[in-house]
Design a protein. Structure first.
Length: 400
């Protein structure tokens, strides 16, 4: 393993059979034992990743195995994967119901469970004609709001009686973890029936106060759209959709919200205000007027987040929160979406906060540096002025 000042991780021992066993291998005997050693090495890689605190594992033919630890990529001292080894591992780990899809599409997502290591969100794909693996370790326990550093108003959104709550952000921004924390908060405090539709399942929930059914696409239901069609017949109070994908997904979400259900989902956008525009882009131009008015009625809030390195070497979310206040609702109804960012900036009394405001608070609390805050800011120039004690209102006037 390459030296890393902050991390020390156990190397993976070279799992090789004895000289006597090698003689049998050369003779073409004990092929099952050979197969055992192939999977034993793979399982050792996964367990070492978990022990070393890795979030992601990258494996491809002909190059070292890579772990991502605290957002850094680190190569691991273990045997270089061969094409034969990868082919055997992929054949063994891919669920039976996914093998046809893998053969047709050359890539597939599923969950892989390993005793003693846990659950891994897995993507199998091809690059340069060979199989490759990208795996993310799913934590066995769902972190609390306090452990994640989430703001108190997110708890309020989780406790909404009905409507749509979206968690937005780029890949790797912690959307799934925040969503899991919200579901677990409900599970611990309220008697609700929760149904999740996920591809694949990332966090496993145990029934507490609530009853939770988790359905994985491809395993528990054939298609995402098929599951959506039937979910309202399963008597849910809360529906969790792993991701807003298209017009069909969002139409189903709005229909559920209109009939008194609470719907959670994630979206790949970089600001809370942009999330509204992104949803409308799912639809044809002729349909957007009706969708926009329906969204203004059923939206409860948008949580957008970015992960920021902390002073003590960990990570914390910087959050932007848009709530459907009367002002925001009117802006959506009247198609004044370009004004939503200003509404968030001035909507503190309604639980709203911008990225710049959140980053400023994190710096003042001593959790992150000014440098990291400026790197994650939506408007670095304005944030730099804030650090100097200069604050501007919407018209550009100095207010403090």
């Amino acid at each position: 393993m390459r030296k890393n000042e902050r991390h020390s991780h156990p190397p993976i021992s070279h799992l090789r059979p004895s000289a006597v066993e090698n003689a049998f291998f050369r003779a073409g005997v004990w092929r099952e034992m050979d197969y055992f050693f192939r999977m034993e090495l793979f399982n050792k890689i996964l367990k070492t990743a978990v022990d070393g605190g890795a979030s992601d594992i990258h494996i491809k033919v002909g190059t070292p195995v890579i772990f991502r630890i605290s957002r850094e990529l680190i190569s691991i001292d273990c045997p270089i994967p061969t094409e034969e080894w990868m082919n055997n591992v992929i054949e063994k780990m891919t669920p039976i119901h996914m093998k046809k899809k893998l053969e047709d599409d050359r890539e597939v997502d599923f969950s892989y469970n390993l005793a003693g290591a846990g659950r891994f969100r897995t993507n199998v794909f091809q690059q340069r004609g060979s199989w490759a693996l990208a795996m993310r370790h799913v934590k066995a326990t769902v972190p609390s709001f306090e452990q994640l550093g989430l703001l108190e108003q997110i708890k309020g959104l989780a406790e909404s009686a009905r409507g749509i709550v979206m968690i937005a952000g780029s890949t790797g921004s912690g959307k799934s973890t925040t969503l899991a924390a919200m579901i677990e908060h409900i599970n611990s405090n309220f008697k609700k029936h929760i149904v999740t539709l996920e591809d694949p399942i990332e966090f496993v929930f145990e029934d507490n106060q609530s009853v939770i059914e988790q359905r994985e696409i491809g395993l528990d239901t054939a298609t995402f759209h098929g599951a959506l069609k039937h979910v309202l017949r399963q008597d849910p109070d809360i529906i969790m959709l792993g991701e807003m994908r298209d017009a069909t997904t969002f139409t189903a979400a709005m229909s559920a919200a209109d009939t008194g259900h609470l719907v959670f989902s994630t979206l790949h956008t970089t600001t809370a205000a942009q999330s509204i525009t992104r949803v409308l882009d799912f639809f044809k131009a002729d349909d957007r007027e009706q969708v926009r008015r329906q969204l203004a009625s059923c939206l409860r809030g948008v949580i957008c987040q970015r992960m920021v390195p902390t002073i003590d070497g960990k990570m914390t979310p910087a959050l932007e929160i848009l709530t459907n206040s009367p002002v925001v609702r009117k802006m959506i109804e009247e198609n004044r979406l370009d004004k939503l960012s200003a509404a968030v900036e001035t909507g503190g009394d309604d639980g709203m906060i911008t990225f710049n405001q959140c980053l400023f608070n994190l710096v003042k609390a001593g959790k992150i540096t000014e440098k990291e805050a400026l790197a994650k800011a939506s408007n670095p120039q304005a944030l730099e002025m804030n650090f100097k004690g200069i604050f501007l209102n919407e018209g550009g006037r100095i207010v403090g």
